[in-house]
Write a protein that binds this ligand. Sequence first.
Ligand code: 5AD
Ligand code: SF4
Length: 424
Amino acid sequence: MNEYDSARMAGILAELGYAQADAPDEADLILLNTCSVREHAAHKVYSYVGALKPLKERKPHLIIGVGGCLAQQEGQRLLKGIPHLDLVFGTDALDSLPELLADAARGRRRSHTPRPRTVGIPVLRRGLKPGLKAMVTVMQGCDNFCSYCVVPYVRGRERSRPAPEIMEEVAALAQAGAREITLLGQNVNSYRDAESRLDFPGLLARIASVPGLWRLRFTTSHPKDLSPRLIEVMASEEKVMEQLHLPVQSGSDRVLAAMKRGYDRGRYLAKVEAIRERLPDLALGSDIIVGFPGESQADFEESLSLLSLVGFDFLFSFKYSDRPHAKASKLKNKLSEEVKARRLNALQARQREISLAIHRQQVGRVEEVLVEGPAKKGQGRLAGRSRAGRTVNFAGPDELVGGLVQVAITEGLVNSLKGRLCQL
Ligand code: 5AD
Ligand code: SF4
């Protein structure tokens, strides 16, 4: 969501005639887009913007702005705390950027953080040409109020974009060259078109029919809302990739209840089983929080054992941190940083073993890969993604970039696969 908003900002700025600078000290405008889902956002902003002070002194016309969730949360406080900051804009203030920048240029310091809208999501401006891959927001906000989470407060309540507007944006992106689209929403399964009552599986199927589009992914799905119909659409639509992000957050029933997730371990596992039955090649990913208040060693071990039981293909894991407004921040029995760090390390070590084992099992398979560009390590190597979303590196000529190829997998590493291009 944050990346998507950054792309929208870049689009708006391009329309105003801005071009991207290569380094901060060459810029006339520096905007920070912030995320406050986890801790340290405030600290990072103060230290980053603080470090820009000498630059601002050398270059008084430089405009520095902070946007996103932290801006939404802190508003005026940021302007007060950082005297050389020109502008603060909230999560729903992107459309006002042109006006805010004009004010900043006249020396008027402003914080603009309107309450997140209850309806309507502004469309991506098309000041920039999309790349091979693009993102499209289908819904925003969240009504779940998990006890640790700040999202419902900074992003507001759930609201869906009208289906015709989404279809128009997807068609325009495909026509401009985007081949893979990722649909975004805090909980995509709550999508509902107000007019036609189209739901998320219906929307997915409709988008899959857009000509020129090859691949569709989406994120994120709340386990309690994942429906059999979605699984059916995933299984039957060739363009919907075999990848699903299904955040479990904990393997312990006690912790899941305290988190207010609306499912228990057994129900989560039953969903996983149902999905895998229809989609045996699915890559399944998850999020886990360690060190939720009151999490015992036994609770934590339930998260560890869940990793092994499910065998997630990818995992994002985090140390619990207090968030403003979130109910869990009022709970007692907070865990020490040390315990949280130890648990996180143990969890990540287990996940690395699992990822490596899964990746090694891929050896010998032939995968369809969308070629994205040169591999990070270069040397005539290309990198792309398999249908399941795994990074595949292989040797091949540059003209393959932007196309689909078949690659035989020869080696599995922790974070990627190596392969050999199949002759066509
Ligand atoms: N502390 C730690 N992790 C959190 N997440 C959300 N809120 C918190 C918090 N207070 C994690 C969840 C979520 C992901 C986006 O961030 O795992 O799925
Ligand atoms: Fe936060 Fe829970 Fe909503 Fe996800 S479902 S955004 S964790 S409140």
